[in-house]
Design a protein around this ligand. Structure first.
Ligand SMILES: [Fe+2]
Length: 443
């Protein structure tokens, strides 16, 4: 008796990759094919991949992206509506009816297939999350099976645990293991012997790029193309944290003495109050809150939630001590906005005054995408503050970090995050400078 079954997952709309895998499967004479989720998202070929998978697979389960596209409001951030709008009624019904798991008997073994995503922290990958606890959680989530096969990690692997197997197919359309070739898994039964085989199939990367480039308005186009041709995941699981911020070494009394002596503290307080008055919201996030910039005024407004964010734990401790009256309405979060692993929680309004010059524009916009606010107001100090000998030494490390932010680049980057420029206001600042306030909102 001889039998082979192919397991595919994570096609992600990449038609050339799927066609190459199916051709490889056909050349091997395998007609038993199972699909383990993530048909959609990322790549452009929605109908073609759905059609091929529906025709060719004996069984299929849904993936996290398929659910995201169908249902999740969180998916807006990843461009889910693009794929949702393209689905026909029949395609939508097919996706919605996909089960979470599939089971089969193979070579005397009980085989379970499912996508694998049950918590982002527990996506088992050979490099990062294969601690025993995660492996066991993945293997026993649906009761014991001799062989558990998953997708989702976009990394092919095989692990054993107490005589059982945990396998990942790798990704057909979006491998993230630095091998830009489609990946899938075959189980074999030959004369009573059971074996498994991971297969890599080179395919036409240039065609995949061209299809994406010619798909009108494909969301996250650059990310998709970069991932496709490099097989490097854009958001690494364990991103490298940035070097310690010099703000953490600037004592709050020194910073406040400087801001007060220069008149910047007072100017900033009145601008913060204006921003909050002009842009009503249920929740507000104050980035670079320092020792409490803006909190006194925020306390007078009916915010349900006030979030103060700063890179310095010492500054946040001062906020906590100074604003006990805010009680549960105030959350304080220590976050280095430059850290690619950091995620700013949601707030309706984000205020970022004299901050972008220190975080950099790209890091700031990444956090705005994560936070998904309705409105953002930023204050820039073009040209920076003029030198003041009294504070030059203390401020030198943070000033070295400072980078001028070009207003045009800011407007373009915010548009990329779905926020349009609504209003520009300038205020006089000490030393012939001006403070430039720019308000953005979702159209
Ligand atoms: Fe996936």
């Amino acid at each position: 008796m001889s039998r082979s079954a192919a397991f595919l997952s994570d096609v992600h709309g990449n038609l050339p990759a799927l066609e190459a895998v199916l051709a490889d499967i056909d050349a091997r004479g395998i007609d038993e094919i199972y699909f383990l989720g993530d048909v959609l998202g990322k790549g452009p070929s929605v109908h073609e991949v759905l059609d091929l998978l529906r025709r060719r697979c004996r069984g299929a389960v849904y993936g996290n992206w398929d659910r995201l596209v169908l249902y999740s409001p969180e998916g807006e951030r990843f461009g889910a509506p693009y794929y949702r709008e393209r689905l026909t009624e029949a395609e939508r019904a097919y996706l919605a009816a996909l089960p979470e798991t599939l089971e089969l008997d193979f070579a005397g073994k009980r085989v379970l297939g499912y996508h694998g995503r049950f918590s982002i922290d527990r996506v088992v990958t050979p490099m990062f999350n294969n601690e025993r606890e995660n492996v066991e959680a993945a293997m026993y989530r649906f009761g014991p099976h001799d062989v558990t096969i998953m997708g989702d990690a976009h990394h092919p692997f095989l692990l054993t645990h107490q005589g059982r197997f945990l396998m990942n197919t790798g990704a057909v359309g979006n491998p993230c293991d630095r091998i830009p070739q489609a990946s899938y898994l075959i189980l074999h039964e030959r004369g009573g012997a059971f074996s498994s085989e991971h297969v890599r199939v080179p395919y036409d990367l240039a065609r995949a790029v061209s299809l994406a480039l010619h798909a009108p308005d494909l969301p996250m186009l650059e990310t998709y193309i970069r991932e496709t041709i490099t097989a490097v995941y854009s958001r690494s699981y364990k991103p490298k944290a940035p070097a310690r911020s010099p703000w953490e070494d600037l004592p709050l009394p020194v910073y406040e003495a400087y801001a007060s002596a220069r008149g910047l503290g007072q100017a900033l307080s009145s601008i913060l109050a204006e921003q909050m008055r002009d842009l009503p919201a249920k929740s507000v996030c104050l980035l670079g809150v320092a020792g409490g910039n803006g909190l006194a005024f925020a306390a007078t407004l009916p915010y349900a939630q006030i979030l103060g964010v700063d890179v310095s734990e010492a500054y946040l401790a001062a906020c906590r001590a100074r604003f006990p009256q805010l009680g549960d309405r105030l959350s304080l979060l220590r976050l280095d906005l430059r850290d690619p692993g950091a995620r700013l929680p949601h707030a309706e309004l984000v205020l970022a005054d004299l901050l972008l010059e220190y975080t950099g524009l790209a890091a700031f916009v990444r956090q705005i995408e994560s936070c998904a606010p309705r409105a953002v107001s930023c204050v820039l100090l073009p040209g920076g503050d003029e030198p003041d000998a009294r504070f030059a030494e203390a401020l030198s490390p943070v000033e070295k970090q400072r980078q001028e932010v070009d207003p045009t680049a800011l407007v373009r980057a915010m548009e990329g995050a779905g926020l349009a420029l609504r209003r520009v206001t300038s205020y006089p600042a000490p030393g012939q400078r001006l403070l430039l306030r720019m308000d953005f909102a979702r159209p």
